[in-house]
Design a protein around this ligand. Structure first.
Ligand SMILES: CC(C)(COP(=O)(O)OP(=O)(O)OC[C@H]1O[C@@H](n2cnc3c(N)ncnc32)[C@H](O)[C@@H]1OP(=O)(O)O)[C@@H](O)C(=O)NCCC(=O)NCCS
Length: 164
């Protein structure tokens, strides 16, 4: 029998699930457990501060949480004569557990996110892809951008690059 996917917006009660996915992602990169008993509390505090301007989705396989993604919503400065400020989104923290990758869950989650952006009339969604994920995002309607600028951290102050 094939796996059943489900993609749902995350609510406040899902914070521990999101923290466990974040931990799984980082421990996948470090290839081992990280001894940091304060992480879950810091994650909680971060979610409390962030949730007003961030929409988060969880992806489930056969009822088990297997992935997450979120979109930080930028609301432009109000303009006189314009009832509602336009908005755009930054896609972040896209992760599907390794054992569930390449089965379409990520695509289902990306569709939920871009459908939301379209329904809300977002003028764009931006992201910073890894090389490996570029074809995935291209299939989801993203293209290379030449109309944004980036100022990297000055040389000499470079820290280890983390996933966003
Ligand atoms: C990117 C990611 C969320 C996609 O989820 P998924 O469930 O595997 O997605 P789908 O099954 O719908 O699509 C598979 C596509 O994902 C991309 N992908 C697969 N493994 C990947 C990996 N380890 N890292 C980045 N992208 C990956 C590929 O484009 C793949 O299709 P392709 O091999 O034909 O090019 C998932 O691979 C992942 O969590 N990767 C590790 C974390 C990461 O790189 N996050 C995004 C950084 S911008």
């Amino acid at each position: 029998m094939s796996d059943t996917f489900d993609v749902r917006p995350a609510g406040p009660a899902d914070t521990p699930l999101l923290a466990s996915l974040r931990r799984a992602w980082v421990e996948e990169i470090t290839e081992g457990p990280i001894d940091d008993s304060g992480f879950e509390e810091r994650f909680d505090e971060w979610m409390l501060k962030e949730h007003e301007q961030r929409v988060t989705w969880l992806g489930y396989v056969d009822g088990e949480a297997a992935g997450m993604v979120n979109m930080l919503v930028f609301t432009r400065m109000p303009k006189p004569g314009q009832e509602r400020s336009s908005r755009w989104g930054y896609l972040a923290n896209f992760y599907v557990r390794r054992e569930h990758r390449n089965s379409g869950l990520g695509t289902a989650m990306l569709t939920a996110l871009t459908d939301h952006a379209d329904d809300e009339g977002f003028v764009r969604v931006v992201l910073s892809p890894s090389d490996r994920s570029i074809p995935f995002y291209e299939r989801g309607g993203f293209r290379e951008a030449y109309d944004l600028m980036v100022r990297p951290q000055p040389t000499g102050r470079t820290q280890r690059r983390h996933s966003d």
